[in-house]
Design a protein around this ligand. Sequence first.
Ligand SMILES: Cc1cc2nc3c(=O)[nH]c(=O)nc-3n(C[C@H](O)[C@H](O)[C@H](O)COP(=O)(O)O)c2cc1C
Ligand SMILES: [Mn+2]
Length: 499
Amino acid sequence: MADIAKRSSFIPDIWDIREFIRRLEREGDLVRVEKGVAGGDEIAAVMWELEDRKGNRGPAVVFEKIKGYDIPVIKNLFGALRRWALILGFPDWRNIKIRELKEYLLQKIETDKDWIAPEITAQAPCQEVVIQDNPDFSKFPIFRWHPTDGGPYITLPGVVIKDPEWGQNLGMYRIMIVDGRSAPIVINAPQDSGIYCARARKRGVTKVECAIAIGFDPLLHLASVMKMPVVGRDAEFRFVGALYGKPVQLAKCKTVDIDVPASSEIVFEGFIDLEDVREEGPYGEYTGYYGEAMVQPTFHLKCVTHRKNPYYISCTSAHVASECLILHYPQPFSWYRRMKTEVVGFRDAYLPLQGRNFMAIVQIQKRYPGWGKQAIMSALGSGFAAAIINWLIVVDEDIDIYNWDDVLFALATRVDPQLDIVTFPPLAVNALNPSARSRIPESKDFPYTNFALCSKVGIDATKKFSNEPGRQRPTPPLSLPDTEVLKKVKKQWKEYKID
Ligand SMILES: Cc1cc2nc3c(=O)[nH]c(=O)nc-3n(C[C@H](O)[C@H](O)[C@H](O)COP(=O)(O)O)c2cc1C
Ligand SMILES: [Mn+2]
């Protein structure tokens, strides 16, 4: 804990995407591709190959020359955890460990009394150019990224909407371009934006003002994918204010009563028409599969503002090392927070990216027979887990949950399948879940919520006592070298001259 407290005093100093780009360039963590590229298919294939070659340790990539556009496209800005550590101000950002980053963000998100309200500024680089006549999505390099996507997609948008009582919400939701001015936007009921839209409808408002920012303050990108402990109340902006120790700077939009990050590269202003619903999708998702078409409300474009010579920022999905999947990494944070109080003996939890967020490993300090099963029940009992997690694996403290080799060892050696695997009947889960047996048809009542039906499995891979129900034999003791002798050997290792 001392370590984390020390780190919480780090003050990030990168305020906009251009500073982020310059810094990455200086650090050798960004590559500019001078070779001309034809469009979405080629950019996506280049990124796929890079992800294959470098996993999630690749650089950010700027595509400078794109056929038909004079706006460069940047991919992978957030596709490596070390770059998150950089924008969060960690001095040793190159060597960040997943656990350190997680604990830091969790600690920051829990101390919301320190959050700082945003400020409105007249300095608005995002409005250097204002286009109110014939605003048009097609002027920007927004591409179809996967061969059978339903259309071109905005993949890294900061969607801002306002509630008269609750202030602004910033969230990231995929947006499909239908024509120059219309774009259905995936807003699901449980998301904050879904709750905002439901409240608007209750007030009799069916056209909800909205702004879509592209390429804004890097820390706001992280905040936009994190589930904040409170809905609204400028939560994402106040959270990032606390990280910087000063207010985030917002600019008033030109045509709607919304405030956007002042340094945004591009802002699409308009409204979400809750009564204009369109088919959206399919889209090649972070799951590695296409998510099927859904019905969603449509955003209508009224005005575009942008910086001079803007960058267009987009992410990759589908590959296991994709930026989109890495950005899903804070998704279970609210679940981790709840587990601390709800799972007896809880130590830590982790959703490895390879499991695409459908597989969780929970570590407990087990003291009594039956505790592994109790952990399965209580861990799966919270909202996030019930909606997202298919596989829940419970392990002991001697298993490193960040190391799949360790987890496999526990699965292979501590599980009597008939006794230690619990399955649960199908329940309503995330519509994108590729394992799900069926989808529940959309309700035409707003909000347009999409669910699928899938069963779950809990695996108790803890070491067993001899008096666990159904067992007559404990898990045998681990065979390890003599502790004292091993200590000595480590100390005098060089003397053996083996390596
Ligand atoms: C690249 C990316 C795309 C996302 N797209 C969607 C989406 O289309 N719909 C959705 O409900 N959540 C999506 N999410 C997850 C949300 O961003 C996340 O749940 C966030 O907490 C939403 O903000 P809110 O909590 O203020 O509603 C996406 C996440 C990422 C990283
Ligand atoms: Mn929110």
